[in-house]
Design a protein around this ligand. Structure first.
Ligand code: G3D
Ligand code: MG
Length: 173
């Protein structure tokens, strides 16, 4: 139990879907309604237990408006083992953008591990993205699985990141 592997992962998705909030919930265990929009790149570290030892996750978070800034900044995707791609259950356009991020990520790195997350499930009464939409998208770009999360309540947030760790481990160990 003394192996430590370090993996870079990044968050992708439209502005405002909750990428920064998901990282804060995962890394610090809290949600801050007043959290300011990130400027530039933020890198957080979280170490998690694995069967072989520890995985130290370096989690990259890029601020930006809409558009594909993640791909215009080459260092953002470089050396990335996996990506969490996020949409917002209350905004249909974020699903289209999620698909575009997945497509671009696969072009840049065909071996990248992807986890698809539909965030803000605490706002279920405003839901405009269905389970079928999500499984269709995930089947096109991944294994068909996806998560419904809430950075606000914490629902499934740990599962999102441990699922990505599992995919990364299965891919190269
Ligand atoms: P981004 O990093 O993807 O751009 P942020 O998104 O994490 O900055 O979140 C954008 C807004 O959505 C923030 O609200 C944040 O509080 C809110 N948010 C993030 N996750 C959730 C969630 O799971 N549920 C709810 N209800 N809100 C969430 P503000 O008002 O600060 O813009
Ligand atoms: Mg952000």
């Amino acid at each position: 139990m003394n192996t430590i592997v370090q993996k870079k992962i990044c968050l992708l998705g439209d502005f405002g879907v909750g990428k920064t909030s998901l990282i804060r919930r995962f890394v610090e265990g809290r949600f801050n309604e007043k959290y300011l929009t990130t400027i530039g790149v933020n890198i957080s570290r979280k170490t998690i237990e694995r069967s072989y030892g520890l995985m130290s996750m370096l989690i990259w978070d890029l601020a930006g408006s809409t558009g594909f800034d993640s791909f215009t900044n080459p260092s953002y995707m470089q050396g990335t083992a996996g990506a969490v791609i996020v949409c917002d259950i209350t905004r249909r356009d974020t699903l289209i953008i999620m698909a575009e991020y997945a497509r671009q990520a696969r072009i840049i790195n065909p071996k990248i591990h992807l986890v698809f997350v539909c965030n803000k499930t605490d706002l279920l009464d405003r839901r405009v993205i269905s389970a079928e939409d999500l499984s269709d998208l995930s089947s096109t770009f991944g294994d068909g699985s996806y998560f419904l999360s809430s950075a606000k309540t914490g629902e499934r947030v740990e599962d999102v990141f441990s699922s990505l760790a599992g995919k990364i481990d299965a891919g190269d160990r």
